[in-house]
Design a protein around this ligand. Structure first.
Ligand SMILES: Nc1ncnc2c1ncn2[C@@H]1O[C@H](COP(=O)(O)OP(=O)(O)O)[C@@H](O)[C@H]1O
Ligand SMILES: [Mg+2]
Length: 265
């Protein structure tokens, strides 16, 4: 039995409850509910326009649901501003890489750690002992993550000069630097070639196993989701179409119809 299956009996790490989002007249999400359990890799799939990014943006607090609730460890996250989401353990990457292009890999990852360390201008300027101590902890953390993601060789390279696949790994490193409990990935396979997608799948699984992470994988790339997710939620036109194991969802007639009916597959 996998860790995720064992956790099924316990309360969910993250609960999406009847979430709807309306933009003007467009219903982007229509009463979507599902649970995420600790240690799970949950794949969220659906054709273009299904509402995946909208849901992702609700989880990272960029969008406010029109109705419904989202609970992290039983507490609603909806009163929290987006910049205070990392402290309750929600980490994210962006669909299009959103790094500081003119900073080095190391400095980009260092930025990630600040989501979890508290310091302010006054204590920084006083250079209190505990700040120095936390600085050395930050350096240790940054080096550990760079080594873990095989980024040590490019630690001092400016991000804009790196291949896209490497930049995506840096973004993952930055998200991990905040020590999230749950990692939200929006279409991480976008723009990667076949081999890179395969390597990314391996890496996501390794992160889950080694770092006891829970992962929400929003992905258009069916192959990646089906090969690494424990549980899949399929959306179409803002509604949950199906939910279950990858095999169950892949065989669901409604899901097949939705994907065949869309230009992208
Ligand atoms: N900020 C927005 N303003 C207006 N409509 C939006 C906005 N974001 C998404 N939508 C609409 O909501 C629907 C779902 O979009 P989205 O969540 O981006 O789908 P997906 O990520 O699955 O491709 C689409 O019809 C889209 O046009
Ligand atoms: Mg999207």
């Amino acid at each position: 039995m996998t860790q995720a299956q064992l956790a099924q009996g316990t309360s969910p790490l993250l609960a999406v409850r009847d979430v709807s989002v309306v933009f003007g007249g467009i219903v982007a999400l229509n009463g979507v509910s599902f649970d995420m359990h600790k240690g799970q890799i949950l794949g969220l799939i659906g054709p273009n326009g299904a509402g995946k990014t909208t849901l992702f943006n609700c989880l990272s607090r960029l969008y406010q649901p029109s109705s419904g609730n989202i609970l992290m460890e039983g507490a609603s996250i909806l009163t929290r501003p987006p910049h205070r989401i990392a402290e309750i353990g929600i980490g994210r990457t962006f669909q299009n890489v959103a790094l500081f292009p003119n900073l080095s890999v190391m400095d980009n990852v260092r930025v990630g750690t600040h989501a979890r360390t508290s310091s302010d201008i006054i204590s920084d300027s006083l250079r209190l002992a505990w700040i120095r101590r936390s600085e050395s902890e930050v350096n240790k953390k940054v080096h550990e993550i760079l080594a873990y993601l095989d980024l040590e060789d490019v630690a001092h390279t400016v991000v804009s000069g790196l291949p896209f696949g490497t930049q995506k790994r840096v973004e993952l490193a930055r998200a991990l630097a905040a020590d999230p409990k749950i990692l939200l990935l929006d279409e991480p396979a976008g723009g990667l070639n076949h081999e890179e997608v395969y390597a990314l799948g391996d890496l996501i699984r390794r992160i889950r196993d080694d770092r006891h992470m829970t992962v929400l994988l929003v992905e258009h790339h069916m192959g990646l989701v089906m090969s690494i997710a424990d549980h899949v939620v399929a959306l179409n036109f803002g509604k949950k179409l199906a939910e279950g194991t990858p095999a169950q969802v892949q065989a669901d007639p409604e899901v097949i119809k939705a994907y065949l009916g869309s230009k992208d597959q």
